[in-house]
Design a protein around this ligand. Structure first.
Ligand code: PMP
Length: 405
């Protein structure tokens, strides 16, 4: 087979691969606990289900406008006013098949070959690969102080004449950190002064804990939408737990939105109108379901912090948002891929190696599942790694004895 060099250079999505592995193990009846999960466990909110169903029963399921259904755009305008304090026009919005496609299309529209995109580690696994897919160059900036908070000085040092875009994702996948308001204000000011686009990936923006807020980039620009360098991406996947709907959107200048519309028209034509109707139902429906989802995730965050505290040698930054944390396992191994494989084999727990997010020696653990999965998952990990823990454990109905420490 002769596939292109570029396609060959793109790696498999490690998180989607792990989902598949976990699914196959479960199918074989293995008592696997999936702490690699990238989605909330909730059912689709009722208003979204009703709205999806009523669109479907019309039987009138045809192409919709490439940039999205006007009625969903109207709901997004209301949402943007409420959560971003910005009034946007329908021409500033394009709806795509998930925030993933929104980000890919943005990169496609903005980058020339060899243009650089600054990505802040730890980062979402898809950013570097998507940049490479449009012949751009990912430039990774890692905080030198060992925290998960990016520093402007490190970013400024990474900027060259080729820097076209900086991507910021807060609340952050994989660390759960919410970047402080002062950082967001500084980076917006910096990008506008330097003429660099700032993509804010806000997909987790309402999944925040303890009263913390994730400040939107738009709050810190005085420019209007046609001239600002800030571009916002959002969607229904995480906040509403509607990952399967594949609805994301971009808020940008009319000019950029038009270019993105041309690209989408020549690739996917439009997003399914059934699913857009569902997203509209979610945005306009009662938001209390979201609050109970957020609270349940916050409780799980508390639980996983408590479990990890008694895990000898493991250090963890307390997440203020998302449903992930990124503990440091260097007391046990510097190789997160080996460690993750070991935990799957010995303890039947799925974790995601930090290496995939640009932070070696760490594992991303998701606490979006049940409280039982969270505490049992960490207990199994402790059994597999910590010689001071009891050396016998029940996994499923099997009693296992640790004989490797
Ligand atoms: N951005 C981040 C940071 C994510 O974690 C994800 C999903 N894992 C996405 C974007 C993609 O979201 P969607 O499902 O809407 O494509």
């Amino acid at each position: 087979m002769s596939v292109s060099q570029l396609a060959r250079s793109i790696v498999e999505s490690p998180t989607l691969r792990l989902n598949e592995e976990a699914r196959l193990l479960r199918e074989r009846g293995e008592p696997v606990i999936h702490l690699g999960i990238g989605e909330p466990k909730n059912k689709t909110p009722i208003p979204a289900i009703l709205s999806t169903a009523s669109k479907l029963v019309t039987g009138d399921i045809k192409y919709s406008p490439t940039d999205g259904l006007p009625s969903l755009k109207k709901a997004i305008i209301k949402y943007t006013e409420e959560y971003y304090d910005r009034i946007v026009a329908p021409e500033n919005i394009i709806i795509s098949s998930g925030a993933k496609q929104s980000i890919f299309n943005l990169l496609y529209c903005l980058l020339n070959p060899q243009d650089e995109v600054i990505i802040l580690a730890p980062y979402w696994v898809s950013y570097p690969e998507m940049v490479k897919m449009v012949y751009g160059v990912p430039v990774i900036v890692t905080p030198e102080d060992g925290t998960f908070n990016p520093r402007m000085a490190d970013i400024e040092r990474a900027v060259t004449s080729y820097t076209k875009i900086i991507i910021v994702n807060s609340p952050n996948n994989p660390s759960g950190v919410v970047y402080p308001e002062s950082f967001i204000a500084e980076i917006v000011e910096f990008c506008e002064r330097k003429g660099i686009y700032l993509i804010t990936d806000d997909i987790y923006h309402r999944l925040v804990f303890d009263g913390v807020q994730a400040p939107p980039g738009y709050r810190f620009t005085k420019k209007d939408l046609e001239t600002t360098k800030v571009i916002a991406v959002n969607g229904v996947a995480k906040v509403y737990g509607m990952t399967g709907y594949r609805i994301g959107w971009t808020i940008a200048s009319r000019e950029l939105t038009q270019v993105m519309t041309n690209i989408q028209a020549q690739t996917t034509s439009c997003v399914s109108s059934i699913l857009q109707a569902g997203a509209e139902g979610a945005l306009l429906g009662l938001q209390s379901v979201i609050e109970s989802l957020r609270l349940q995730i916050q409780n799980n965050r508390d639980l996983i912090m408590q479990e990890l505290r008694s895990f000898r040698g493991v250090k963890v930054t307390r997440p203020q948002g998302t449903f992930y944390c990124l503990p440091d396992f260097r007391a046990y191994s510097n190789n997160s891929v080996d460690l993750s494989n070991f935990l799957l084999k010995k303890a039947m727990v799925v974790t995601v190696p930090g290496k995939e997010f640009g932070i070696e020696g760490h594992l991303r653990l998701s606490y979006s599942g049940t409280a039982k999965d969270v505490s049992e998952g960490v207990e199994r990990m402790r059994w597999a790694l910590d010689p001071e823990s009891a050396n016998e454990i029940y996994i499923g109905d099997k009693k296992l004895v640790r004989d490797w420490l």
